[in-house]
Design a protein around this ligand. Sequence first.
Ligand code: UD1
Ligand code: CA
Length: 478
Amino acid sequence: MDNLTVIVLAAGGGTRMKSKTMKVLHPIAGRSMIGHVLNAVAAVEPTRVVAVVGHQRDQVGPHIIDLMPNAVLAVQETQDGTGHAVRIAMEASGTTTGTVIVAAGDTPLLEGESLRAFAAEHEAAQRAVSILSGRVPNPFGYGRIVRNHEGDVEAIVEEKDASPLQREIDEINSGILAFDAEFLVSALPRISNDNAKGEYYLTDAVGIAREDGLTVGAHLIEDVAQTEGANDRAQLADLGRELNRRIVTRWMKDGVTVMDPATTWIEADVVLEPDVVILPGTQLLGATVVREDAVVGPDTTLKDCEIGAGARVVRTHGELAVVGDQANVGPFAYLRPGTQLGIAGKIGTFVETKNAQIGDGAKVPHLSYVGDAEIGEGTNIGAGTIFANYDGVAKHRTVIGRHARTGSNNTFVAPVSLGDGAGTAGGTTVRRNVPAGALAVSASAQRNLEGWSESKRPGTAQAEAARTAREQQEKTAE
Ligand code: UD1
Ligand code: CA
């Protein structure tokens, strides 16, 4: 398509969302609604894209430019109808020739391929206007496609202006239309607002084309969900579920095992490799990538994470974390931004990590916090270890070398380091650097006060247990 203009309408208020966020900016499958539409539009490689903004354009305009820097923004101060909006768009872009497609900004299931096929059919048929139409079980609220006895499209009649007979028609205007630009330029000034809503209906261009003796046609889309918009949050959730179902199905067709599609959520920009296994209750969000043979879930949420081949991530919450090939994470791990786990490494149960580089084969198996740290390859961190990175004012780093072995219940008071092959005893609070190969011991020597329970806690169960044990011991000693 060498001269294609796409106009995306996004000036309406979307009051039924009851939100301070503009309707088309509400997210669905990890992108804004209009983000999905722009993605489909970009796939058609149009010559130019014009977005009509009005309501809350300080929110909507920058978002559109962010996603599509070359888009032209046309401002519609008052929402006087789709015909008025398109007129403003045509003036803003200076388009007078080629093909013009008009779409709405709130149809997140729209696919580029459908737009492309529609535009191609419109151009091949050399029509003045083409309508992407659909058949719906409940056509209420839509513009109806009125055909004559020959079956040719005569007009689009809006709900409020339709006769009872016309309201029976179940072929509807999806809201996506294609025009010959020259015809559109001539038709727009001829559209009046003399109708039930007092708006300039773009759909009146169909009747005008017929009066001019020009060709009009409708291209029925099988998959009407692609043209469905969300007007309130219930519809947004419905479309979200349907879009998710489509995304999950696509990944299954590409070789991913999804045990329970109904409880698996995969956002639009996630990338999965073949033979990945996703267990129930898993959400893969943002730019998450999961490499082949990795198993994720159950009950795991990963946002912008990279999971290596063959890794296992169980009951985990992760964000901006990288997990190496064959590594193990969870159950009940919290991977915060900047976590990097090496090949075959382990971040185990009730472990929180943040800005932590954990080397190949290194393990943090149990009940630990690892923040602002580097742990060398093959090192094992004892259960219940805290990397005390925060002194109340600033964050500091802990560096632990290769093949170190640290005892349970240690505290590393950063900034501090432990050399290669070094160790620590259980309960050590490491405040000073430990050289390579040394064992750090900081806990004070243990004292046992014999008979303490019986003398200091007489009459308690503790004292009673102590007495029984003592008598048992005395008996064996006899
Ligand atoms: C419109 C169509 C109807 C179609 C339906 C599909 C017209 C007159 N009617 O009706 O035939 O079946 O869509 O959903 O076109 N907008 C603006 N500026 C305006 C008015 C609307 O940008 O002045 C935008 C809205 O933000 C929305 C889109 O255009 O994205 C459609 O407008 P809306 O008011 O929802 O039209 P409908 O009454 O649903
Ligand atoms: Ca609508």
